[in-house]
Design a protein around this ligand. Structure first.
Ligand code: GLU
Length: 468
């Protein structure tokens, strides 16, 4: 059974790169009926925060990346890491090292000056040191000196590294705490991880981790190191590019399914298909489809993707998101407000839920001003008469319904002997502030009597002030 893991260090928000790694791990496990593990690598006590852990959990929940095991926390597994370090020591795969920071710094400086790759010189490798009773001492892994390590990476192809290139890395610090490479190896082994998918910034750690796994007699997982994500300037995506956590996109009104679809295409492809629903993604995903070259983050494409989802998602889903957004903004709406009608029309024109909500705020509260272009076209001096007649006709209505409103508007058009546009468009701009809305009788029905009449009066006053 395939088992993958997502192993973030909780030192910030869940950013795009992390979310993409999580998605690939999740897809591989879902595709194969395997398991997906979430492991929080919180051993860096200074940089790990509870807020960041929460941000990771929230981001995954928003994207619907559910896990089968975990979250495991590395800080809860220190005893286990110590146990493995002791085993490695007992079996001669590791040794105590007494080299001071000063010695190691001096060694490094010397090697750099001689244009050599900085590496530990193995001073303590054969000294058979042990710490004084009750004290901790750093421990190094006794890396094999001969031969090479190789692995067939699903993205990079075969990677070979000569053991002579690898020095004896520290697996326990001088305070006894385990290092990243040790804890990752112990966890991948204990959690029976079969496939390690992660960013290619870790590819240099892999030969070291393989050597430790071999020393422990553990089965080796398969690896896929995915290329980094670039910003629009070809440099690694970072905060400088405005890159932010995935939850930022939720707050901006992106749909999680659009985000997921965008992320999957950022480093994976299936022909030139762009749109993948969740199930389809699972069905079609394979490690072979992972791209070997770095992908660039493209906000325009994300926007396009979101628009596609906004247009084609079930209407009820979009309505729910619109309601949520209204609540966030503290905008009240009547329980019987006909969201379906309004959302169906406006979603064709919006890129995000937030934009959509902005364009329908006129239904719930006064708008600040008229869309300039729309007002210039429709709210000229000649509109006053039709607006006044509409006001009178609407005031006289007993029932505020789409049908009766339709007749009233028709009546005004007939009386004035003009086309529908001459009446409908000034009314539309008067009541919505813009030049676009659902059919005008429907719009006015939605708005209700009080709002409509007040807005017609406002428009008449506006025209009077503009064109005295
Ligand atoms: N905790 C590491 C990181 O966030 C990932 C380790 C791994 O995937 O092996 O970069």
């Amino acid at each position: 059974m395939i088992k993958t893991r997502f192993a973030p260090s909780p030192t910030g928000v869940l950013h795009v790169g992390g979310a993409r790694t999580a998605l690939f791990c999740w897809l591989l496990s879902r595709k194969t009926g395997g398991k997906f593990v979430l492991r929080i690598e919180d051993t860096d006590l200074e940089r790990s925060t509870p807020e960041s852990i929460q941000a990771i959990l929230d981001g995954m929940a928003w994207l619907g990346l559910d896990y089968d095991e975990g979250p495991f926390y590395q800080t809860e597994r220190f005893d286990r890491y110590r146990e493995v370090i002791d085993t490695l020591l007992d079996q001669g795969h590791a040794y105590y090292c007494e080299c001071s920071r000063e010695r190691l710094d001096a060694l490094r400086a010397e090697q750099m000056a001689a244009k050599q790759k900085p590496r530990y010189d193995g001073r303590c490798r054969e000294l058979g040191l042990s710490p004084p009773a009750g004290e901790a001492m750093a421990v190094r892994f006794r890396n094999p000196r001969d031969g090479e390590v190789s692995f067939a990476d699903h993205v990079k192809g075969v990677v070979r590294v000569s053991n002579a290139e690898l020095d004896d890395l520290v697996i326990a610090r001088s305070d006894g705490s385990p290092t990243y490479n040790l804890s990752v190896v112990v966890d991948d082994m204990d959690m029976a991880i079969t496939h390690v998918l992660r960013g290619d910034d870790h590819v240099n750690n892999t030969p070291r981790q393989i050597n430790i796994l071999k020393a422990l007699g553990a089965p080796l997982p398969e690896y896929a190191h995915v290329p980094m994500i670039l910003g629009n300037d070809g440099k690694r995506l970072s905060k400088r590019h405005g890159a932010v956590g995935v939850m930022h996109y939720r707050d901006q009104g992106y749909l999680p399914e659009a985000m997921l679809n965008y992320l999957v295409r950022l480093g994976w492809s299936h022909g030139d298909q762009e749109i993948f629903g969740r199930d389809e993604m699972i069905e079609l995903f394979s490690l072979d489809g992972l791209n070997a070259s770095a992908a660039s983050f493209d906000t325009d494409k994300l926007n396009w993707m979101n628009q596609q989802y906004l247009m084609h998602a079930p209407l009820a889903r979009v309505v729910d998101l619109v309601r949520e957004r209204l609540q966030v903004l503290g905008i009240d709406y009547a329980d019987d407000f006909d969201f379906d009608a309004v959302v169906e029309v406006y979603r064709q024109r919006a890129t995000t839920i937030n934009q959509l909500v902005d364009s329908i705020r006129y239904c719930f509260e006064e708008f600040a001003g008229y869309d300039e272009k729309a007002a210039r076209k429709a709210l000229g001096a000649d509109a006053v008469e039709s607006l006044e007649r509409l006001h009178a006709a609407f005031t006289a209505l007993d029932h505020w319904e789409r049908e009766t409103l339709h007749e009233a508007i028709d009546g005004v058009t007939r009386d004035l002997g003009v086309g529908m546009g001459k009446v409908g468009q000034p009314l539309r701009v008067a009541v919505t502030g813009g030049g676009f809305s659902p059919p005008i009788d429907q719009t006015v029905a939605l708005l209700g009597r009080e709002r409509t009449l007040a807005r017609i009066e406002r428009a008449i006053a506006f025209i009077g002030a503009e064109k005295p």
